[in-house]
Write a protein that binds this ligand. Sequence first.
Ligand code: SF4
Length: 217
Amino acid sequence: MSNKLLLHTCCAPCLSSVEEQLRAGYSLDIFWYNPNIYPEHEYERRLSELKRFQEIIDKPLIIHEATNDLEEWTAVTIDFARDPEGQRRCRECISFRLKKTAEFAKNNNYNIFTTTLTVSPHKNSKMVNMIGEKISQELDIPFLQADFKKNNGYLRSVELAKYYGFYRQDYCGCIYSMNESIARALAKEKRAQSLPTSAAASASSAATEASAAARRG
Ligand code: SF4
């Protein structure tokens, strides 16, 4: 069996480590399909960083976009808008993006598909793999199950992002996760302000450090 793999990719930092892990075993093409990312300037920034990295590693990049993508994505996630990250909204969002990846892979003679999503410590690999496997069976194309964060995969992505100077986002991507991230930052700030002055200063600095450490992708 040939090893032509279509790799759904959410951002350059996540791709960096996953590409390293897969490069020896597969001939891979990068597949960008992320209509979930909001707002537009964030979408453009992540895509621009991905293009910069794609030139460095010299792998084909397929940018998949259609005018009604955002409407379709909203339709499948809107009922779960208030769910916390990691629950039903994410299941629908990941399923939506992986289905498009699998369809493209099937129609363009790839042997297998997968995603960089499991490199993130914020993503439940079991859930991602279950979604991928279900789509694989529906469309009859193999899915590569993985947990790319293991064996220091996530730490390596942080290291490579630093090395290449990649932009690293501090929320997953959609408007809901952006609002959650803003709410978390405001709550931290409020807690810091309610403390006595010296404790507030150290809490504020701890909040800044925690925020930097929690950067996504
Ligand atoms: S938090 Fe991330 S995975 Fe979940 S719905 Fe938003 S963009 Fe999709």
